[in-house]
Design a protein around this ligand. Structure first.
Ligand SMILES: [Zn+2]
Length: 84
């Protein structure tokens, strides 16, 4: 009879040990996966405003614009020299 109790206790111990291991593994996975509610790094180019160069008319993102006297230019080379 005591042998049966021993085996039942062993089975219960193994059951709880395996369950704890599985829960830890699931928790680890959840920590590495970003939450569903938050969008993971949306591409900024898709929502960025565009502008055109006042010199050559090239269209490009506003963040790459070279600004001079209230106008946007594609590169410093297209900024007209300042006349004083
Ligand atoms: Zn240009």
């Amino acid at each position: 009879m005591s042998r049966l109790v021993f085996w039942i206790a062993l089975a219960v111990l193994i059951f709880f040990a395996v369950r704890a291991k599985l829960r830890a593994a699931v928790r680890n996975q959840q920590m590495h996966v970003p939450p569903q509610g938050r969008p993971a790094a949306a591409p900024p180019a898709a929502i960025e405003d565009m502008t055109s160069c006042a010199h050559c008319g090239l269209h490009f993102p506003v963040s790459e614009a070279v600004r001079a006297d209230g106008r946007d230019y594609c590169s410093p080379a297209h900024v007209p020299p300042v006349a004083h």
